[in-house]
Design a protein around this ligand. Sequence first.
Ligand SMILES: Cc1cc2nc3c(=O)[nH]c(=O)nc-3n(C[C@H](O)[C@H](O)[C@H](O)COP(=O)(O)OP(=O)(O)OC[C@H]3O[C@@H](n4cnc5c(N)ncnc54)[C@H](O)[C@@H]3O)c2cc1C
Length: 425
Amino acid sequence: MAWDGFGQRKPAGAELAAPSEAFARTCPFSPAAADEDAIAAVRFPGQSADPRLGRAVANYVGHVEEADWRASGSSGGMVSWVAAELLRRGEIDGVLHVAPADREADGAFFRYRISRSQEAILGGAKSRYYPVDLAAVLQEVRAVPGRYAVIGIPCFIKAVNLLRAEDPVIAERITHLLGLFCGHMKSARFVDSFAWQLGADPGEVRAVEYRRKDPGRPANWYTAHLTLADGSARWQDWWHLADGDWGAGYFQNSACNFCDDVVAETADISFGDAWVEPYSSDGRGTNVVVVRSPELHSVVEDAIARGRLALHQVDADFIVNTQAAGFRQRREGLAYRLTWARRGIRPRKRVAPGKAGLPWRRRLVYRFRAGISWGSHRMAAAAERLHRPQLYVRWAKASLGLYGALTYSRGRLGKLLDRLDRSKS
Ligand SMILES: Cc1cc2nc3c(=O)[nH]c(=O)nc-3n(C[C@H](O)[C@H](O)[C@H](O)COP(=O)(O)OP(=O)(O)OC[C@H]3O[C@@H](n4cnc5c(N)ncnc54)[C@H](O)[C@@H]3O)c2cc1C
């Protein structure tokens, strides 16, 4: 894996020229790979399936009650707690997860590492919307016998499942998969953009926090926080940033346009944020959890009974509502995107191509969002090359204005579009 010119991790090396069949079967976006339904049917044969969440034994909303897990996590602290609990029970020897890296030594702000203690797991808590890859830690798993859990976004969890089917050593050693719900992955340039907008030199940034927690403010008011080489800090709420509207898709990896798994359907257990009231106003953070493996179901139920976790069961619709925008983008939006002409590999998805009945304005939203993702990579690269950050920032502000008019009826243009909408219906 190597960095491309847009600050994204890409496969590199001789094998790409003539990929083997096994290689094609392990790429999560390859049409030659098994899809999420097929993988989950083998892994969780007894569970009933929901077309949006996949197979599940139980769904929950809540948070970790004991110790500092909730305060240390981005959401309710459940991901780190489950990983640490598996370690405590002796079910695993290490956890593959994403922790801060040494930017100067590693050339990246974050990387996958293997944590083997509760303290190390806690030290890696929080969400990183930053490109990472599993290559080095998978080498370590091959080299050091033991049982491991992997924490990852849906495509990474799918990739590990696919690799397990090809590689008996990985299959034996990676025993647990902990999934994160995912809206999309950002490129590393998102950090440069934070720096540009906060008046800092991107080369001086030493540490990044995407979601600084403040229990006194709503959980969905994200604050980006940078630490600079001289020890000073800069921070800003996402919505004051030109590219801080998550739904607009700035710096989104293009593969995410062809993803149909919002909730890591092939993981033993998956976690997201409870983006519905009253939880989104609770700055302490609240998880939604989908449990698929009977083993993790009993771990969670036991901890609830002992008061270690404050979770209660919810139905599939509740979970889906917390991710309404993500499901629109990966169902209705994906169906539409699949009708667009494209060169190269034809993706094979669980959503059929289609645009019948999709209103003109929704079509425009999906087109515009894809255009923002495409344009953000190129405008930021040009701004960096020309040493003119404002080139990108002005473009991002202008596109956000148009996106806001189209999507949320903001401003005069938004009202005009509303009138046009009414005249057409
Ligand atoms: C790219 C991305 C997109 C996301 N999109 C959504 C979304 O649309 N909706 C939603 O509800 N939730 C989304 N999440 C998940 C959400 O941000 C929280 O991670 C989740 O709710 C868990 O919170 P927690 O407090 O339980 O986890 P914590 O206790 O904070 O632990 C998080 C764990 O995840 C690991 N981790 C962090 N970043 C990564 C990464 N990039 N890849 C693999 N492991 C990582 C950390 O090392 C840590 O072990 C996303 C996460 C990522 C990384």
